[in-house]
Design a binder for this molecule. Sequence first.
Ligand code: C5P
Length: 219
Amino acid sequence: LADGPLHGKRIVVTSGPTHEPIDPVRYIANRSSGAQGKAIAAALRALGAEVVFVTGPADVAPPDGVEVVRVETAREMRAAVLAALPADAAVFAAAVADWRVVGASDSKIKKVAGALPTLAFEENPDILAEVSQMTEDRPGLVVGFAAETNDVIENATAKRTRKGCDWIVANDVSPATGIMGGSENAVTLISDTGAEAWPRMGKDAVARQLAARIADALV
Ligand code: C5P
């Protein structure tokens, strides 16, 4: 590890979903196993990086050899990411909930026959956009993900510009692809030089290829 190309580089990786409480027993969340984020953290570590792994409640355990910060909500994830900076690079693989419930209840909301609860939402912080647009301590390389179901490259290219990140790893998560929750991924890497489609491969292989590209970019 000490002779890996990423030795001496500090990299923050977010992974998994966030859970936004409705009450102590209920929450809203995006679907995310955390498998791709885990694989990326492991691949960066294997190349010698010091990895801070900020993870929401994922299905998979964190990889070995990384500093693990466990969070539940988007606001906690944001705080953990900011606390982990400065870093040489940041990879935002988490599926952050876009909204949180306004006035989450401290006690379990009772089920009352015939009466339905109403939920109001407010926007969560966009961690990728915030870090991408930092003027001080911005990581030299900021990588975001875009899970799309249609017009993948067009939407992801627009997302890259809107958020201000350096790279977007775009993938087609239409149900027919079987990618969501599966072991394979087919991604397109979008940077300022254009879109590069990678063949469909295992999530571990995607992670190794991405880590190698990050190593090339950070030298
Ligand atoms: O806007 P959208 O959720 O599609 O963007 C996806 C990318 O932005 C991912 O890299 C995700 O980790 C990041 N993101 C974030 N904070 C949010 C929402 C998304 O960091 N609140």
